[in-house]
Design a protein around this ligand. Structure first.
Ligand code: NAD
Ligand code: ZN
Length: 357
């Protein structure tokens, strides 16, 4: 048995208002006059947060369009632009949801590794550390702030740049930044965390390390989405820690059926990660009976719309594309259903599941 020796984020600061310490935190990492580059979720263009970033010298702000999940071509374009404009930069700071944080990790890596980010979609293909990178979440749930991957859609696949060079050097967890997220979005991204917990805790890869973090994250999600009857600061505080702990849980285990199926939706239909997971999880009673029952309670209680019939009218060919993408996620299926997963999850069964969405 060989145990995974995983790289973690170097520094973590947590607390309401800790965003104000960013200037002080970054200063030792400034290299001469090379700028720091702030990659900010386009939602914040013209909003107060954008004017709070501690700019010095040649520092630059670039707003990142996250209407679609990050693409390798977009990452390459921004990295090339920074190389053309500055040669070297001191670091990148990603401020936003999982999409922006993934984008920042990828740009950091592409400042030092040659070629296209598409060349590094896979496991341990990245050769060199990127530039200094900071992640600052404005939505809680994905765990992208702690993970060793950055999910990108490339010319041939949707797959992360998984490597020991991928985790952030610093994360700034300031729950004030998630305060005004729209109710539906906050729920979809929060449920990414809830689903990570269920999939990790019921998976065959589980060990005590994953279980400890997974149980805590699950408990925090339940406090926020089941027990509370209105949203307040404590919910933002708790969901931010749930996301962190949920990410730590899957660092040592794996996600499961909802993620494997949702990847197919996202590849074919462009369905975003959080909402896609919700659409799928809603139909997974057979695999996660208690989790799905509680999920339905949370949907009801928080008055959330989960889209229905999204695969209606698709062709056989389109179903096959989703099935192929999904069955390609072998570790997820193995974690969910064990070594003999292929006997349980046949193409016919998966087709029926996709048709039910
Ligand atoms: P997101 O980053 O895609 O953002 C969703 C929407 O919310 C966007 O329109 C954005 O502009 C907006 N938004 C962000 N913060 C806001 C705020 N405070 N107020 C109002 N609007 C705000 O959403 P997400 O669910 O956080 O991230 C999903 C992405 O994360 C996907 O691309 C997925 O692949 C990735 N992901 C990565 C990992 C990882 O380990 N790297 C894990 C899970 C998901
Ligand atoms: Zn997820």
């Amino acid at each position: 048995m060989k145990f995974r020796n995983f790289k973690m984020v170097d520094y973590v600061v947590y607390g309401r208002g800790c965003f104000n310490q960013l200037d002080e935190i970054m200063t030792p990492h400034r290299k001469g006059s090379s700028p720091m580059v702030f990659l900010i979720d386009h939602f914040f263009e013209g909003k107060p947060l954008a004017s709070r970033v501690p700019l010095r010298g040649k520092d630059r702000v670039i707003f990142i369009d996250v209407t679609l999940e990050p693409k390798t071509s977009y990452v390459d374009r921004i990295a090339q632009q920074l190389k053309d404009d500055f040669g070297e930069i001191s670091g990148v700071i990603g401020i936003g949801g999982g999409s922006t944080m993934d984008f920042a990790k990828a740009v950091s890596l592409m400042m030092t590794n040659p070629g296209s980010s598409a060349d590094y979609q896979g496991w341990d293909l990245v050769k060199k550390p990127g530039v200094y990178k900071v992640g600052i979440p404005t939505l809680s749930g994905t765990g992208a702030e702690v993970s060793r991957t950055t999910v990108l859609t490339g010319p041939t696949k949707k797959l992360g740049m998984n490597s020991d060079f991928t985790p952030f050097n610093q994360i700034v967890l300031d729950p004030e930044l998630t305060a005004n997220a729209p109710v539906n979005q906050r729920f979809y991204t929060g449920m990414d965390c809830y689903i990570h917990c269920i999939e990790s805790l019921q998976g065959t890869y589980l060990n005590e390390f994953s279980k400890s973090y997974g149980e805590k994250a699950l408990q925090l999600c339940q406090k926020v989405f089941v027990e509370k009857d209105h949203w307040d600061n404590e919910c933002d505080d708790q969901l931010m820690m749930a996301s962190f702990a949920g990410g730590m849980s899957i660092a040592y285990s794996q996600v499961g059926v909802a993620h494997a199926v949702s990847y197919g939706l996202s590849y074919l239909l462009g369905t975003k990660h959080g909402i896609g997971n919700c659409i799928v999880f809603n139909k997974l009673e057979e695999f996660y009976p208690e989790g799905v029952a509680e999920f339905k309670v949370m949907v009801e209680k928080n008055k959330i719309d989960i889209p229905q019939h999204i695969t209606k009218g698709l062709t056989d060919e389109q179903f096959d594309i989703m099935i192929n993408v999904s069955l390609g996620m072998k570790p997820l299926w193995e974690n969910a259903l064990g070594k003999d997963w292929e006997k349980t999850m046949t193409r016919e069964k998966l087709r029926a599941l996709y048709e039910s969405l």
